[in-house]
Write a protein that binds this ligand. Structure first.
Ligand SMILES: Nc1nc2c(ncn2[C@@H]2O[C@H](COP(=O)(O)OP(=O)(O)OP(=O)(O)O)[C@@H](O)[C@H]2O)c(=O)[nH]1
Ligand SMILES: [Mg+2]
Length: 445
């Protein structure tokens, strides 16, 4: 996007806000100084009452051609989504209607098609919300499961931004105290200031560390939990993938070494998003292709949040070393082909991908494991690498603070830490420190 935002904000943008393709109703949204003029041009009438759905006939301003009969809503700025004048047109969702209105709007002076994310960008530019809320909005639109939706709502409503802003505010206050120490002689300042700054920095450091030490739950919930099925060839891994996804996705055969590529399916387990992957059977490969398959299987196993190791009940108690090597505390182990098992094994869960035996128990176990790894915690969770990177940066500076040798360097540590936090919510102006000094202290007398 062009960064010359002053010039950009003079322009009025529009876009089809509803999905593409035929639909009962389609919604166009316009935002900017000419939004109301555009509505007048198409409806050939005075503006409707603000925020009230009003029936209008929309005509092409040049040809007078009737485009559609629909509803218009006018939201005068700043009380609108973007903070600018906004107009919504609700029309019939036919291709020709949409094409006609698009063409009519694009032909108006100072009106152009919006770029991706531009409405939200304008809302941010007008202080409607911070960056984390904008990201929450994007997540809400992309949410596929109930838990993702809840997390996105929370972020959209500013819960996450509040935490980051609170740390930043407290940090700015600590900076103000610290700079006061530098700038003013001891007699002018209350005693114990130095200890107070150190104390506050220690508290913020502790809270950020805790927030970062979240095992990636929020991020896993946003992006999906990766479960990889591993095991020796022919154990029934592909059969299990098909069972769990209730689809015939992967080829199943009695041939040893059927699967070579990694096959992924997206599932929802108790509202949590899961990406389940089937992989090649682990063994000394017979050819180059299988060997590549085994390499990919191992790579996927290492990247997985959770592994599902499948042993073959027909050859039990044989356990191959390649699968054993990959098993760790993030692994659920099952014994497939329970129907062929000589005698029950009490150590592992026996299932049958063919008959469905034991699958409900396995599903229950998987749900618990998934919930543990991406459950919606009581406090808003870290959801993006962008936030994590900035928080790591902030924490690094805060941790350096106590050991930095000079006052000037210490002040710089704090300023960098505050700037890193500001990057998350989109508040980068550290000059605010000065305001705080004057507001809170009246040191200037
Ligand atoms: N009796 C019995 N046979 C099963 C069961 N599950 C799978 N099979 C059979 O076992 C054979 C291998 O199944 P697959 O699902 O292809 O096994 P795989 O682990 O994906 O095998 P590779 O892709 O070669 O590593 C097929 O003939 C399946 O029909 C089961 O629970 N019981
Ligand atoms: Mg397979």
């Amino acid at each position: 996007m062009n960064s010359d935002s002053n010039q950009i904000l003079d322009q009025t943008i529009f876009a089809l806000a509803s999905g593409v393709g035929k639909s009962g109703i389609a919604v166009f949204r316009l935002s900017g100084p000419s939004a109301s003029d555009a509505l007048r041009a198409l409806s050939q009438k005075q503006l409707p009452e603000p925020r009230r759905a009003t029936r209008v006939q929309l005509k092409h301003p040049k040809t007078d051609d009737l485009l559609d009969d629909g509803l218009a809503i006018y939201f005068p700025g700043p009380a609108s989504f973007t903070g600018e004048d906004v107009v919504e047109l609700h029309v019939h969702g036919g291709r020709a209607v949409i094409a006609g209105i698009t063409e009519a709007l694009a032909g108006l002076k100072d009106v152009r098609l919006a770029e991706a994310g531009e409405f939200t960008r304008r809302a941010f530019d007008h202080g409607k919300f911070d960056l984390t809320a904008a990201e929450g909005l994007a997540d809400l639109i992309n949410a596929e499961t109930a838990a993702q939706r809840r997390q996105a709502h929370r972020q959209l409503h500013g819960d996450l931004g509040l935490i980051y802003d609170d740390w930043r505010d407290r940090l700015l206050k600590a900076i103000a105290l610290f700079e006061a120490e530098i700038d003013f002689s001891d007699e002018d300042l209350p005693p114990g200031l130095h200890a107070e700054v150190a104390q506050q920095i220690a508290e913020i450091t502790e809270e950020i560390s805790e927030h970062l030490d979240d095992k990636g739950q929020g991020q896993i919930l946003r992006e999906g939990l990766y479960i990889t099925i591993i095991g020796p060839p022919n154990a029934g891994k592909s059969s299990l993938l098909n069972r769990l996804s209730r689809r015939d996705v992967a080829i199943v055969s009695e041939h040893v070494g059927t699967t070579r590529d990694v096959i992924e399916v997206h599932l929802e387990l108790d509202g949590y998003p899961v990406i389940l992957a089937d992989t090649a059977g682990l063994r000394e490969a017979a050819d180059d292709i299988e060997s590549e398959g085994v390499r990919r299987a191992q790579e996927r196993a290492h990247q997985a949040d959770l592994k599902l190791a499948v042993f073959d009940g027909a050859t039990w108690p044989e356990k191959d070393s390649q699968t054993l090597d990959l098993i760790d505390e993030d692994t659920v182990i099952v014994l497939n082909k329970a129907d062929l098992l000589d005698k029950a094994d009490t150590e592992y869960l026996a299932i049958s991908a063919e008959t469905g035996d034991g699958l409900d128990v396995l599903l229950e176990k998987l749900k618990n494991e998934v919930a543990e790894r991406c459950h919606l915690s009581a406090s808003p969770a870290l959801t993006r690498t962008r936030h994590r990177t900035a928080l790591d940066d902030c924490l690094g500076n805060l941790q350096r603070f106590p050991t930095s040798p000079e006052t000037e360097l210490k002040a710089e540590d704090l300023r960098l830490a505050a700037r890193a936090l500001g990057r998350i919510t989109g508040r980068v102006d550290v000059e605010e420190v000065l305001d705080i000094i004057f507001k809170e202290f009246c040191i200037g007398k």
